[in-house]
Design a binder for this molecule. Structure first.
Ligand code: GLA
Length: 387
């Protein structure tokens, strides 16, 4: 780690000939509670020890010079550009964050930035949120501003919603800001109240990457969001007190779903049942019942596969392979879906056997090797080197 920080500092010096401060923000894995955040519901993510680091130094003008070490590319922007437009490029994320800050009235200093991440890009572990949060914190601190973590998460979410054009919820940015080492977070995405639950030592978070991201993942995501809004609107007209699917019970849904299309009904059924699963999973984890936790993860996967239709053959295979290994409490897809990763809760002594089985089975059927990461729950964004 220290070596990597020193390497980044040196690279920054080579690029910009000045001394940098370094900030980092983690990726995340979601244990349960998928596609519930934008329905005002509950989620249970943990920040993981894969990070995006941002080295930064202020400039005397209002320019942002940004270099991505991952893409070996540089971009330059003016903070005074009257008509900034996204260009479907990695730089949209830091640029969108700078814009969102300025639009809220935070006056930024120009800066030189170097971004380097080890969260796999497009792997469903929130590489984008970690870029947003790390650059946001870096620009805020360098400009001498002070903004609380909840507001930073909201600013980063709005950068992604309004500039990048991905209508994500708040989960990824929030956990990247506020995660705690060794803990999962139960987050109420309406009030943003949260509880931290310690993860037991004897269980490891193993993440398996299918190495695919299917086309249309983002447009399908936005389409699911729309279907949920349609369902919520329908129920709100029939039931008082309903603002979003968060406010609907399974009984309400059955009773008032009369003229909902089958598709919208199933989308709602996923969200309503998933919210209930998060509550039960929090109780199970709190009470040390990992078997029950694992059963809820399995039910979540089936609901995402059949009702929400965001899984894919690669994810289903990973989950099926995992569920046959001794010592696996639970396995499910994690994140938005259509590729990306699965999360597996595995007994500490069984990791090698688990990895072997997954690698072999996945390679045999899909013809490619998965990446597998053994992660620990990490803490949220922080400064790791002061200038
Ligand atoms: C993506 C989004 C999150 C959340 C998940 C699905 O990761 O960025 O806001 O909606 O998908 O749970």
């Amino acid at each position: 780690m220290l070596e990597r920080t020193a390497g980044l500092k040196q690279k920054f010096h080579d690029l910009y000939h000045s001394e940098a401060r370094i900030f980092r923000a983690p990726g995340r894995v979601n244990l349960i509670g998928e596609h519930t955040d934008y329905n005002d519901g509950f989620v249970m993510p943990a920040a993981i020890d894969l990070y995006t680091c941002v080295a930064i130094a202020p400039r005397d003008d209002r320019k942002l010079l940004i270099h991505s070490a991952n893409y070996s590319e540089s971009r330059e922007f003016s903070l005074d550009d009257p008509d900034p437009l996204p260009i479907n490029h990695w730089s949209d994320y830091p640029r969108g964050v700078a814009l969102a800050l300025e639009q809220r009235g935070y006056r930024l200093r120009g800066a030189d930035l170097l971004i380097k991440g080890d969260v796999p890009i497009g792997g469903g572990l929130s590489s984008s949120a970690s870029v947003e949060v790390a650059t946001c914190l870096a620009m805020v601190e360098t400009s001498g501003l002070s903004i609380d973590r909840t507001e930073i998460a909201r600013i980063c979410q709005s950068a992604e919603n309004d500039f990048v054009g991905m209508r994500c919820g708040i989960m990824d940015q929030f956990i990247s800001c506020c995660g705690r080492a060794g803990h999962a977070m139960v987050l109420d995405c309406r009030s943003l109240d949260y509880r931290l639950l310690p993860l037991p030592e004897e269980v490891k978070l193993i993440i398996c990457n299918t190495m695919v991201k299917h086309e249309l993942a983002d447009s399908q995501y936005n389409a699911r969001r729309q279907e949920c809004a349609t369902g919520a609107g329908h129920l709100a007209r029939r039931l008082s007190g309903v603002r979003s699917l968060r406010d609907v019970t399974m009984d309400d849904l059955k009773r008032y779903s009369g003229d909902l299309s089958d598709t919208v009904y199933r989308r709602c059924r996923h969200v309503v049942s998933e919210n209930a699963r998060v509550t039960r999973a929090a109780e199970a984890l709190g009470g040390g019942d990992l078997n029950e936790f694992g059963r809820l993860m399995a039910a979540s996967h089936l609901s995402l596969r059949d009702d929400y239709e965001v899984s894919c053959a690669e994810l289903d295979l990973m989950v099926e392979l995992a569920s046959k290994v001794e010592g696996v409490y639970g396995a499910r897809m994690t994140g938005g879906g259509f590729g990306g990763c699965t999360i597996n809760l595995v007994e500490a002594g069984r990791i090698e056997e688990f990895e072997r089985t997954i690698r072999q089975g996945y390679k045999e059927t899909m013809g490619r090797m998965p990446d597998i990461y053994t992660c620990v729950a990490a803490c949220g964004a922080e400064e790791i080197l002061s200038g």
